[in-house]
Design a protein around this ligand. Structure first.
Ligand SMILES: [Fe+2]
Length: 274
C-alpha cells in the first residue's frame, strides 16, 4: 500500500461541520468548502461531532432540544454532501464534554455513527481528578470511550501515565493531525509523538472547525509519516482503525514506534525541540 492520498481512503471521527450549533462552521457554504478540502486530502468518511455538554443529558428537555437542533442541521448538510460529494459518507456523533463524570450517554444520537463508541473530552483542556473512574462508569453502561486529543491536556506527568490508566479502563485515544505538526504548540506536539512511541494512539482525526482558511494538516502529517517510513501505522491510524470504530468494531493495536521509526522519531523530536 502506498501513501498516495488517492489510494488510502481516510475516515475522520472528529470535526465541527454543522452550521450554527457550536464554534465550527458558520454557514452551509463553510461546511461544504471544508468537506471539499477534506475529500481532496483523502478523507472519504466523515463523522462530524458537534460539542455537547455531558451535564445536559441530566436535563431531558434541554437534551432533547439540543439533539433535535443538531439533527436538523445535520440533515441539511448531509443532503448537500450527497449532492455535491457523492463519494463522501457523512455521519454524525458528538464530542461530549465530561463536565460531570456520569452523564447518561445511552441515546444512540450521541454515539459515533450511532454505535456504542462515544468521543469525549475533558473540560477546559485540563485533566480533572478521578478520570479513570469516570471512564469505568461509562464502560459499565456499555459505552466505548474514545478520548479526543489526549495530547492537548494540561496536567500530564512526564510519562503521560494517566493515558495508560485510561486505556486500562478500556478507553481508546484519538490524536489530532494538527498536533503532529505543532498547531497546538510544542508540548502537545511532543506528547503526540510520545503517545505514538508508546503505542497508545488508536486513530487520528482532524478536529476541523469548518472555516475557510483553517488548515487541515492531513497532507502534512502524511508527509511526516512517509519520512518516518511508517506506512503501516499511517494506514491503521487514518483508515483501518477509524473505519472499524464507525462500524462499531474495536481498533487494531498499533505497535509502538521502534527500530528505524524510533531513531527517526528521536531525530525528528530533537529537531522539533530546537
Ligand atoms: Fe473538537
Amino acid at each position: 500500500m502506498t501513501l498516495g492520498a488517492e489510494l488510502i481512503p481516510l475516515t475522520d471521527l472528529h470535526s465541527h461541520l454543522i452550521p450554527g450549533v457550536d464554534d465550527g462552521a458558520r454557514t452551509l457554504e463553510d461546511s461544504l468548502e471544508g468537506i471539499g478540502r477534506m475529500f481532496a486530502e483523502g478523507i472519504t468518511t466523515i463523522v462530524t461531532t458537534p460539542h455537547l455538554d455531558g451535564s445536559l443529558s441530566r436535563d431531558p428537555r434541554s437534551f432533547e432540544e439540543r439533539l433535535s437542533q443538531v439533527d436538523k442541521g445535520f440533515r441539511v448538510v448531509a443532503d448537500a454532501v450527497r449532492e455535491r460529494f457523492p463519494k463522501v459518507t457523512f455521519r454524525r456523533g458528538n464530542e461530549v464534554m465530561l463536565d460531570i463524570p456520569d452523564p447518561d450517554l445511552s441515546d444512540p444520537r450521541v454515539h459515533l455513527a450511532g454505535n456504542r463508541f462515544v468521543l469525549v473530552e475533558w473540560p477546559r483542556l485540563q485533566i480533572p481528578p478521578e478520570t479513570p473512574a469516570a471512564i469505568r462508569g461509562l464502560a459499565s453502561q456499555g459505552i466505548h470511550i474514545v478520548i479526543a486529543h489526549p495530547e492537548r491536556y494540561a496536567g500530564h506527568d512526564a510519562h503521560l501515565s494517566i493515558v495508560e490508566r485510561w486505556r486500562g479502563e478500556g478507553a481508546w485515544c484519538q490524536v489530532n493531525y494538527g498536533s503532529l505538526l505543532g498547531k497546538y504548540g510544542p508540548d502537545a506536539r511532543s506528547r503526540a509523538f510520545m503517545l505514538l512511541e508508546r503505542g497508545w494512539v488508536d486513530c487520528f482525526s482532524s478536529d476541523f472547525h469548518g472555516r475557510p482558511g483553517l488548515p487541515l494538516f492531513v497532507d502534512g502529517a502524511r508527509e511526516r509519516f512517509k519520512e518516518l517510513g511508517a506506512e503501516e501505522a499511517w494506514s491503521l491510524l487514518t483508515g483501518t482503525n477509524p473505519g472499524r470504530i464507525v462500524r462499531g468494531e474495536p481498533p487494531i493495536p498499533v505497535s509502538p514506534f521502534e527500530g528505524k521509526q524510533r531513531g527517526l522519531f528521536a531525530r525528528l523530536l530533537s529537531r522539533l525541540r530546537t
